[in-house]
Design a binder for this molecule. Structure first.
Ligand SMILES: [Zn+2]
Length: 333
């Protein structure tokens, strides 16, 4: 029976019975109302499920239910085939970065003797934890060593695809279930109290699968262990997209501008000097190691990196330190 009616009867029945039967009438009144309530629900439920209306609708939507069940199977396939961890191919690779976390329920005191392996938790200073909440992508990359490489980008893209694919499939199943409910339109108490029996009779297999978003946690625990703060970064679709974009930007950036200096190596510098016979390439100078054994030679970008010059051999030349210094003064790189 509805809650309002139940409460009304629970108040009125004992009073009415008490007026004629005294104290025991009051007790009996309470007992009758409390015991009869579930019996009434049970009777009403059985009457509904056996009704012609329910049986007819159930038969009518059989094909809708069958298709729903197929999508549920598909969801479990996506879940088992997909990758929902970054760098899952190299388990333990980042173990040295992850510290240990005690997940005791009664307090957040760290106990180093019963440490648990938790690769996605980074214990950090309060400042780092706060910064991570403001700039999650930046701190995620920095503290969990997500490097801006093509391989990482491919990995992130793969996880993002599997996450969004599963997200959409799970959302689809939920919309199908809402549609089934709308088509049958059962009384509210059926879904509230007998939801399992309802879906069982309809024949729909409910999926227990939710999207297992990869997540990373920055955690601060004070020295005494009495206070703590943490930030969880869940790699849902918007976060994964932002991560992909940041990685792509950084990879592009590494191919131009200031990134060029990083691509210069000792090996390349030596190769350029050998190519130029250890001779200053400024035509007005032409000094060489052959003439000056202790000559300091440097490798110079003909078109400076700041003006888009690349670290390619065509754009590199050997200059003596003097000419390079003069050039640097004339045209700051
Ligand atoms: Zn020179």
């Amino acid at each position: 029976m509805p809650k309002g009616l139940f409460i009304t009867l629970l108040i009125i029945t004992p009073i009415v019975m008490a007026s004629s039967l005294g104290f025991w009438g009051f007790v009996l009144g309470v007992a009758i109302v409390v015991i009869s309530s579930p019996i009434i629900w049970f009777v009403r439920k059985n009457r509904y499920f056996n009704s012609e209306q329910f049986q007819t609708l159930r038969a009518q939507i059989a094909s809708v239910v069958a298709e729903h069940n197929e999508v549920v199977t598909y969801v479990s396939e996506i879940r088992s085939e997909g990758a929902f961890e970054l760098g899952s191919s190299s388990t333990g690779q980042y173990a040295h970065l992850a510290r240990f976390e005690n997940t005791s329920a009664w307090n957040n005191r760290r106990d180093r003797n019963v440490a648990e392996y938790a690769p996605h938790v980074h214990n950090a200073s309060l400042q780092v934890v706060r910064n991570a909440s403001v700039e999650p992508i930046k701190y995620l990359m920095k503290y969990f060593e997500i490097r801006p490489t093509q391989e990482t980008l491919a990995d992130v893209q793969r996880v993002a695809q599997d996450v969004s694919r599963l997200e959409e499939a799970v959302g689809n199943v939920q919309r199908r279930e809402a549609e089934i409910v709308a088509m049958i339109d059962p009384p509210a108490f059926i879904l509230k109290r007998y939801s399992g029996e309802f879906w069982g009779l309809v024949g729909a297999h409910l999926s227990p699968i939710t999207v297992p978003y990869p997540s990373y946690k920055f955690q601060y625990t004070s020295a005494g262990g009495n206070s703590g703060q943490d930030v969880n970064i869940k790699l849902d679709t918007p976060t994964l997209d932002a991560l992909s974009e940041t990685l792509a930007q950084r990879i592009r950036w590494a191919k131009s501008a200031a990134g060029q200096r990083a691509l210069m190596t000792a090996g390349l510098r030596n190769w350029i000097k050998n190519r130029d016979n250890h001779t200053c390439q400024n035509p007005a100078c032409g000094v060489s190691v052959a003439a000056e054994p202790h000559l300091l030679l440097e490798v110079d970008h003909i078109i400076p990196v700041s003006k888009g010059g690349l670290s390619h051999p065509e754009n590199l030349q050997t200059l003596c330190w003097r000419c390079n210094r003069t050039k640097g003064a004339r045209m700051p790189a």
